[in-house]
Design a protein around this ligand. Sequence first.
Ligand code: NAD
Length: 284
Amino acid sequence: MSQQIVGVVGAGVMGIGVAHNLAQTGHSVILVDIDQTILVHAKAEISKNLRMQRMLSKTKDMESSDTILNRITFTTDYGLLTDADFVIENATEKWEIKKQIHSLLDEICPSHAVFAINTSAISITRLAAVTKRPAQILGIHFMNPVPLKPVVEVIRGFHTSEETITVTQRLLTAMNKQWVIVNDYPGFVSNRISHLFMNEAAFVVQDQVATPKDVDDIFVKCYGHTMGPLQTADLIGLDTVVQTLDVLYQSYQDPKFRCCPLLQKMVDAGLYGRKSGKGFYTYA
Ligand SMILES: NC(=O)c1ccc[n+]([C@@H]2O[C@H](COP(=O)([O-])OP(=O)(O)OC[C@H]3O[C@@H](n4cnc5c(N)ncnc54)[C@H](O)[C@@H]3O)[C@@H](O)[C@H]2O)c1
């Protein structure tokens, strides 16, 4: 079991999964968000997900939920990150928010600490430039739900050092993850391609070519995908999909990334997908 202290910033969809995965693999986790109610919700979600995992587990030798949960400190106090060896940042997909967090982390965390940015599309190189340690910054694009997805996309920023890659590979191995390493351009490989799919699927629904279910059925039943593009958008969170499309559009200045008006309208109406109970589908 690891003695490494890992900071996890942002306790939303991804931060919850990253903290769960780290704690389950023996790491001490400091989970930071801006609001106590978000942290209370995060703790309840991790507890629920651990119970579900235990029910589905075939081995039955899983540690108790309490043992795993006790490895996580839920806090709004960034000051607790002074001992963190590694920080995984999973805050909202907005440049201004991430920029502020990384310059704060740079002041607070020990000089040896590595910062991994979990982002859908924001440039790793651009964020690294707001710190004085650009060689120790890289991207880890975790897949959702984090504890169940075995592979991540690792993004090498312009200044990311080989040592940072090695330290990160060590942590990912301890989390039972494999990785694919790619270079830094907004959206990397996964989201630069997948957001075109999801956005165009939303246009197809907006243009009344097909219902969301029919669109997804074509991808699942004809192409053999596990999920269709609109099911995937609901899982990610439609607010995050819209934010990511905005980042891609601003970064490349290419109209192919313009956000579908239907997606924006759904977000304006509070339909965020699974996390709000309604998106292209309704969830219990
Ligand atoms: N949702 C996905 O499937 C997915 C997959 C891979 C990567 N991502 C990326 O991961 C990041 C997080 O996505 P998410 O889906 O968890 O978003 P989310 O909206 O569910 O959660 C974001 C969290 O960040 C918190 N936050 C905002 N400002 C903060 C600050 N200053 N300090 C600490 N916490 C702060 C918010 O309170 C919120 O709890 C985004 O960059 C997103 O693009 C998302």
